[in-house]
Structures are given as C-alpha cells and as structure tokens.
Design a protein around this ligand. Structure first.
Ligand code: NAD
Ligand code: TYD
Length: 339
C-alpha cells in the first residue's frame, strides 16, 4: 500500500509518519513537503534511510510536480497535512494561506481524480466551526455545527473542507475529513503556544500571554490524533466528517502556569500582551461520533502528555534551538516586539 503524506516534515505529519511506519511496516510512505519555514527535514532523519520511505521536496500547488509524483508512485491513499497553520501569520498576510490551504488542496484532489485513489483524507481543524462562548460549557462542536470562521487561517481550512465535500459529491472522490482540536507533543514549531512558552521559560524570557489568558482550547496529544486518522483511513466512511478531540479544555493562562511549575520557573515571567485580532474565545469538540462509529478514544491524558512534551523539548534542545535562530528571531521581533 503506497500512501502519500503531504506536509510530513511538519509537526503532526512527521508524528503521523513515525506512527504509520511503526504500526504498518508493510506500507510505503511518500512524503511530499515544500519545506517552508515550518517544515524541517532533520525531523525525518530517523526514517530517511528506510526502504519503504521516500521524501520529495515539492509544493502541493505545483500541478506538474504533483501529477509527476502520482505517475511515479500510483498511491492508493493521500493524507493531506500540508498547510500554512499559524493564525497570527494568517492575520499578517492571508495570501499564502489561500494559496496552499485552498488551491493546493484542489491540485491534490485533481491528481487523485486523474490517477484514481482509494482515499483522499483532508486533515482539518475544529477552528472551522468558529468559537463558543466562555460561559456555556454545555455547548460543544459536533460535525453538524455550521462552519463559522474567524481568521484567514480557519477560513482557508473551511474552504478546503467545502471543496473536498464538493469533489466527493460531484465527482465521487472517496474523501474523508477529520476536524481535530489543538495538538501538542514533540516536533511542534515553537511559534505555537506550548513550545513557545517552554522555549521562552527555559531562556528566562517573558511569556507573552494574549489578552487576559482566559481563552480556552481543547488539547489533544499528537499521537492520539495520528491514531484517529489511521482509524478513519481503515474504518471511516467516505463522504464523512469526524471530529477528533480529547474533552480536555484548558485556559491558556493555566497551561502557561503549569509549564512554569513543571520547569521550576517563576510566574513573574508571564507578561500580558495585546490580544490577537478576532481571537476565538473557546474551542470544544464533541468526539461522540468517532467514538461510537470507530471506537476511538484518546489514550494520553493532559497531565501525562504535557510532562512527556516538556521532557522531549528538554532532551531535544538542538532541534528547536536551531529553529530559534535566524528567520524565527525576525518573526518574533515583528510579532512580539511592540506588543
Ligand atoms: P505545521 O505548520 O507544523 O507543518 C506544516 C507542514 O506543511 C510543513 O512541513 C510545511 O513545510 C508543509 N507545507 C506548507 N505548505 C506547503 C505546500 N504548499 N506544499 C507542500 N508542503 C507544504 O503544521 P501542523 O501543526 O503539523 O498541522 C498539520 C495539519 O493539521 C494542517 O493541515 C493543520 O491545519 C491541521 N491541524 C493542526 C492542528 C494543530 O494543533 N497543530 C490542529 C488541527 C488540525
Ligand atoms: P496557538 O498555539 O497559536 O493555536 P490556535 O490559535 O490555533 O489555537 O494559540 C493557542 C492559544 O494561545 C490561543 O488562544 C492564542 C494563545 N497564545 C498566547 O496567548 N500567546 C502566544 O504567544 C501564542 C503563540 C498563543
């Protein structure tokens, strides 16, 4: 079985590749990644030499290159992780988000139509549902919640979801979609909340909390997300959307305080900064469908997952310290310099 995994040099894609190569050693994985600022080839070093793994540096928007790869590999399954993923960057400049997250998805699905495929899986996000009020803990996102996006990032992901469903209905493309909550774990780029706070705390730098830190996210350990996608590929029904989440809602400020406590750093590092524009208040997934239909349940609780994650960042300093130099410094200065 040959599977193309796009965006496999990024956070979730790389964890997915490791998971699949371990649990399905008979699969062949072809990773297609443009290696943007968020992609890191060194992450894939442990699998690079495997006979059943191939890395190809290409852009999912490059139709010719994508068709060529399909011609060579004739994949049966495509899992699309490739995307621009950082909300703050999408607020700065939406263009590349529409390019990769919408038009790139069109190219990938056109290739699937042209060459035939058993499954195209679109990795989406709970952010397509917009946000929920802080004072209504009874409300959760189900697969029937209307799409109601807030940021250019979430709008581009919603656009991709709609297009994927249109390709299913119009052309009969065997599509599935997963909409997952916030992931955390090894290899997450340090522009996102948890790795950014770990890296700053270790350097005794200010911990920039947006607004009052009261926004709520539903956190899931990355390996649980990978398991959910694998299950959807094996047992999911085409044309269906599956919400993936851990029933683990946390306020940002509580996460940052927990990181301080785990690292033995003072809470005085916490610095409240200007809020994100259009900042979504709360995300919360109802994962009842994937549990009832596919038997998926998260296996790593937050208390254990955050310890494992912090341990990983302590043990793999060179991975993120390398990223922390150069381009990332300029980004950090731009985003946080006058905040
Ligand atoms: P990431 O930013 O860490 O990695 C994205 C990867 O995609 C990088 O390797 C990058 O080089 C690659 N890429 C970007 N543009 C490309 C292009 N045009 N062609 C080929 N490759 C390209 O992202 P992530 O956090 O691992 O997210 C992966 C997917 O999961 C995304 O689709 C995202 O929307 C979705 N998602 C993420 C989360 C989360 O909490 N991180 C939650 C739910 C869903
Ligand atoms: P992030 O990791 O960017 O994920 P998303 O916006 O996709 O949920 O941010 C998670 C939460 O943390 C979000 O409410 C914004 C907040 N946040 C901060 O308070 N400070 C920061 O420096 C960052 C990056 C995020």
């Amino acid at each position: 079985m040959t599977m193309i995994v796009t965006g496999g040099a990024g956070f979730i894609g790389s964890n997915f590749i490791f998971y699949i190569l371990q649990t399905h050693p008979d699969y062949r994985i072809v990773c297609l990644d443009k290696l943007t600022y968020a992609g890191n080839l060194s992450t894939l070093a442990p699998v690079m030499e495997k006979d059943n793994f191939r890395f190809v540096k290409e852009d999912i928007c490059d139709r010719e290159a994508v068709y060529r790869l399909f011609e060579e590999e004739r994949p049966e399954v495509v899992v699309n992780f490739a995307a621009e993923t950082h909300v703050d960057r999408s607020i700065e400049d939406p263009s590349i988000f529409l390019q990769t997250n919408v038009l790139g998805v069109q190219v990938m699905m056109d290739a699937c139509r042209k060459y035939g495929i058993k499954r195209y899986h679109q990795v989406s996000t709970d952010e397509v549902y917009g946000d929920l009020p802080l004072d209504r803990p009874d409300l959760l996102f189900t697969e029937d919640t209307p799409l109601h996006t807030s940021s250019p990032y979430s709008s581009s992901k919603a656009g991709a979801d709609l297009l994927a469903m249109a390709y299913h209905r119009t052309y009969g493309l065997p599509v599935t979609i997963s909409r997952c909550s916030n992931n955390y774990g090894p290899y997450q780029f340090p522009e996102k909340l948890i790795p950014l706070m770990i890296a700053n705390a270790l350097a005794d730098k200010p911990l920039p909390v947006y607004g009052q830190g009261l926004n709520v996210r539903d956190w899931l350990y990355v390996e649980d997300h990978c398991k959910a996608i694998d299950l959807i590929l094996q047992k999911g029904c085409v044309g269906e959307v599956y919400n993936v989440g851990g029933h683990n809602e946390m306020r940002n400020i509580d996460i940052v305080k927990l990181i301080c406590a785990e690292l033995g750093k003072p809470e005085s590092l916490i610095t409240y900064v200007t809020d994100r524009k259009g900042h979504d208040l709360r995300y919360a997934i109802d994962p009842a469908k994937i549990y009832k239909e596919l038997g998926w349940l998260p296996e790593t609780c937050f208390a254990e997952g955050i310890k494992k994650t912090i341990r990983w960042y302590l043990d793999n300093r060179s991975w993120w310290e390398e990223i922390g130099s150069g381009e990332y410094q300029k980004y950090y200065e731009r985003m946080y310099g006058n905040r």
